[in-house]
Write a protein that binds this ligand. Structure first.
Ligand code: 25A
Ligand code: L14
Length: 335
């Protein structure tokens, strides 16, 4: 009846949310296998009221598994996803390992859910910053064709994993207490600061952009199915625990009023418009945290070009940006 599911990286920031999302959405799980590195083997995690022991990930971990959700970094996915597929599982991979491969669907269900069935064993879950942006762009693109996007992000530390959240909190406390602190994740102080570098190591490409910025360029084109869309991104880490915020400037093929955009977005699946400047209402990271939707507000005309709009887009990077999107893909798979 139910489906045997594996979670790879079960102890991580995203893995924990995958477990919670499977339970919250009543995904029909017959058996759950929680996999992580040796460091966590034997640790017990709660799944729907039961204690489940974490197992060390090996190439034999996938016997009998039908769906494997991966979120332990791209090196792990490259090494172990093929083993999962060989065992007969379909992999929903949250890392960048396979996203840009031509035969791997890169899916946000509200945007290009129909591509799920074209998989050859692996379906890629896009980058978190990209997911929330394309959910907001999709209705505008369908109505008036997006030709150009300029985006700046304000990304939470949970994107860098569970240990990064701890580092931000400990560093904040150390600074408040005037105590020394030795950081190990971020390249500079993250408390009370803004770092224009994501990820934290080997971020910069020869063109001066970071890996995260180029993911937003390439993945947006692939998901919207339009290689002509011009995208330029600046991605910034800020001392927020959860939810990424984005300033998105969109150029369209025709003029669209903010009111038309508001209506299109309000009718769009997975979007909530919060746009009431008179009452100082707009999307906030702290209000999006724990929610599955993409919140859009501050919708206004771009004063610098003829067919442009500016949006403020906020979503929980661990949910719609990662775990929820992956489970939604799994739900479509078993439909
Ligand atoms: O490699 P990448 O692509 O750069 O990805 C880097 C990290 O980004 C997170 C995720 O970290 C990933 O490892 N990430 C990826 N996509 C993300 C997204 N969309 C994302 N974060 C947010 N949004 P994480 O901390 O969230 O989760 C890491 C998980 O991967 C498991 N893992 C690591 N190596 C593994 C492995 N599983 C199997 N085999 C391996 N070789 C990891 O399990 C976790 O589930 P773990 O057992 O290694 O970690 C459990 C606890 O151990 C501590 N810890 C982690 N690393 C170290 C460590 N302690 C000491 N030294 C370390 N190097 C942590 O406290 C952790 O909670
Ligand atoms: O490509 O550090 O999915 O905020 C997700 C987390 C990229 C980095 C991905 C972060 C990663 C991002």
């Amino acid at each position: 009846m139910g489906i045997p599911v594996a979670v790879v990286g079960a102890t991580g920031a995203v893995g924990q949310e995958m477990i919670r999302t499977l339970v919250d959405r009543k995904f029909p799980v017959s058996e759950v296998r929680l996999l992580a590195s040796e460091r966590s083997a034997g640790k017990k995690l709660n799944f729907n009221g039961r204690d489940v022991a974490v197992e060390t990930l090996t190439h034999d971990s996938f016997k009998g598994i039908r769906i494997a959700l991966f979120s332990a970094g791209s090196k792990i996915s490259k090494e172990f996803a093929p083993s999962a597929v060989r065992s007969g599982a379909v992999v929903v991979d949250n890392t960048s390992a396979f996203r840009m491969q031509a035969d791997t669907p890169l899916v946000v269900p509200e945007v290009n859910g129909h591509q799920i069935r074209e998989h050859h064993g692996i379906i890629a879950n896009p980058n978190c910053s990209t997911i929330q942006m394309v959910v907001a762009l999709k209705p505008l693109h369908d109505a008036a064709r997006v030709t150009r996007v300029i985006v700046s992000t304000y990304q939470s530390v949970s994107g860098a994993g569970a240990r990064a959240m701890v580092e931000m909190l400990e560093e904040t406390r150390a600074l408040l207490d005037k105590k020394p602190y030795r950081r190990s994740i971020f390249p500079h102080q993250i408390a009370f600061n803004a770092l224009p570098q994501i990820p934290q190591k080997n971020a910069f490409m020869p063109n001066g952009y970071t890996e995260e910025e180029m993911k937003m360029v390439n993945e947006t084109r692939k998901i919207l199915g339009d290689p002509t869309i011009r995208v330029s991104a600046t991605t910034v880490r800020i001392p927020v625990l959860r939810s990424h915020s984005e300033s998105v400037t969109v150029e369209l093929a025709r003029k669209m009023s903010p009111e038309e955009a508001r209506q299109l977005l309000a009718q769009s699946p997975g979007v909530i418009v919060v746009d009431d400047p008179a009452h100082e209402r707009y999307p906030l990271a702290c209000e999006a945290a724990g929610r599955g939707e993409v919140f859009v507000g501050r919708i206004r005309e771009d004063l610098s070009c003829e067919h442009g709009l500016v949006l403020w887009v906020v979503s929980d990077n661990l949910l719609k940006g990662a775990a929820l999107n992956a489970v939604q893909i799994a739900e479509k798979l078993i439909e």
